[in-house]
Design a protein around this ligand. Structure first.
Ligand code: ZN
Length: 157
């Protein structure tokens, strides 16, 4: 079967994924997972608009929830960089796109985790049109808002 980046394990003791394993990328970094974490920290329900407002206001519960998702995605970027050496890592989905600063934070965390001779690939939002035209890019998350649609890589040129 094809690679499913959404089920790449980034935290062995992480949350349970809908595939029944713990710590898959999508179980940590998906939109629903981020909102669940934010709600647990806040002690009440958190919708997307709440999260966005919380981020704008630098609320600790919102910042921490998003930070954890961005760190998980950065871990995936760095690991895929070691294996595939992609020219670019693309973070897609409405969740990431709807949160200003989300993709730049993933990029920053990934940059910090690079090593000499093997820097992390640049991270960009999927706002460039057809992904199929991006040669050498790895698509990290097609849609972070969904838990049932695992991310798929595009062919590495
Ligand atoms: Zn999984």
């Amino acid at each position: 079967s094809s690679a499913e980046i959404g089920h790449m394990v980034v935290a062995l003791d992480g949350e349970r994924c809908d595939c029944d394993r713990h710590g898959c990328l999508q179980s940590v970094a998906s939109g629903p997972a981020t909102l669940r974490r934010a709600a647990a920290r806040r002690g009440g329900e958190v919708g997307f608009d709440d999260l966005r407002a919380g981020l704008d206001g630098r609320e600790p519960w919102a910042v921490a929830a998003v930070e954890e998702s961005c760190r998980a995605l950065a871990a995936a970027v760095v690991s895929l960089g070691e294996i595939l050496d992609p020219a670019l890592a693309i973070v897609g989905g409405g969740f990431a796109a709807g949160l200003p600063g989300f993709v730049p934070l993933v990029a920053q965390r990934a940059r910090r985790a690079g090593r000499p001779g093997r820097p992390a690939p640049p991270v960009r939002p999927a706002a460039l049109g057809g992904l199929s035209s991006l040669h050498g890019a790895v698509e990290l998350a097609r849609d972070l808002t969904g838990t049932s649609a695992p991310a798929r890589p595009v062919p590495i040129a």
